[in-house]
Design a protein around this ligand. Sequence first.
Ligand code: AMP
Ligand code: MG
Length: 490
Amino acid sequence: MKTLDQIRLDTPFSRISPLLTRPVQPQPLVNPHVAAFSASAASLLDLDPCEITAAGLVKAFATDQLLVGSEPVATVYSGHQFGGYTPQLGDGRALLLGEYENRLGERWEIQLKGSGKTPYSRHGDGRAVMRSTIREYLASEAMAALNVPTTRALCLFGSETPVARESIEMGALLVRLSPSHIRFGHFEYLYYTRQHEALPLLADFLIRRFYPQVAGDADPYGALFEQMVERTARLVAHWQVVGFAHGVLNTDNMSAIGVTLDYGPYGFLDQYHPGFIPNTSDTTGRYAFAAQPNVVLWNCVALAQVFTALTSRERLEQALSRYEPAFQRTYAELMAARCGLPFSNGVTERTRDEQTATLIRELLALMEQHKADYTLTFRALVDAAEQDSLEPLQAQLPAAELADWFQRYRAHQGGDAQLRALMARSNPRLQLRNYLAQLAIEAAEQSDYSVLDGLMGALRTPMAVLSDNQQHFAAPPPQWGCNLNLSCSS
Ligand code: AMP
Ligand code: MG
């Protein structure tokens, strides 16, 4: 175990190519204070949570005294935003401090988000506000607890720095961790600025670090692209199963290593509504919940254009054809687990898998029709299976319409205790609903971080029985919390 003073960073991303980074010093916030801290994320940096103090966190991340070895840089990327190409984006308010290798040999990059202007800030102020920072903190850590690949959040700070948005808000800072922050957009930047000589350098770095299995391939870049496509497809399958809508699936928000990246106006499903659009700036529903698998494939096609500089079109087409099966396989497997139904990946029991898929489809159709709550319905199904009774589901779905389905469901599950145990550990008892994040934000804006802390505590073990004072976090949204307005402003 280490203390913050003993953390030593390396800066391998900066060595890939000078084309991708610019040195930038963080601009400290006025009177920063710790608003939240994740002990679970701290363990990724070998930090002993008991040794960590608020003053230590402030010193390490919110002043101009940098961690040993840190050489902060902003990175440049571009991307397709809502379908149109934007030639230059980049870390407009983020800084990469460096990378830490932990005692398990895992490497974690540390980024500050909200640390001031960079060469890529365009018209922005380089700052982040409390509400968006809290939302990113909560979502990163909640998704990790649901075993969804994601960036992590170590801590967040509030401050006395005023930040102008629609009104004046409190400047905040997030410390984000990820094995890598490389985006599709980093590749797109090099490709569209015709700096193709640097593309193999970026690709080789990814292969060395994250896709070593393709290093010996006769066409390593084709194989790399294929692996990226498959990883991305599996990530989206996780989102569709947990009921997560990212909100802004531009290619600059797509991770090259298949983790959820850049939490902005995202939303988790309350009622099961496939057309759910979390982001009010998304007027056409390009990034609606049910559109995600297709639009992410679109993003992979955009990345394929870059890879035409590295491999053949035939190889890229072949790689893209792996998206759909990878998505379907992961989705079917994870969804079968949520429902406690058998799944063998078509290997031995194709008919049985098809019956599982049919039952899942039928359940989702009923849920959509009756506006059933996504999280609570699956949780009720756990109880219904356990009790061999429709009763627990009745708060969500009418018994008359469910009876036939439930009979076939029971028969297909066959009273299998292992499947029931699997579904019990695959279904959260609470979800990071928008209204819960909103309650945490409103309290934090009054300098009360207890709601944030309590909510995060419950989200850390989402499958566990809730204590008496956590019960209220499982409730569906009250009227005011059903259609909260979330835009790209952050
Ligand atoms: P996002 O919508 O957060 O993914 O950001 C899109 C782009 O705008 C990225 O290049 C960000 O770095 C940049 N950006 C967002 N907010 C700010 C800000 N307040 N100051 C500077 N750049 C920003
Ligand atoms: Mg972004």
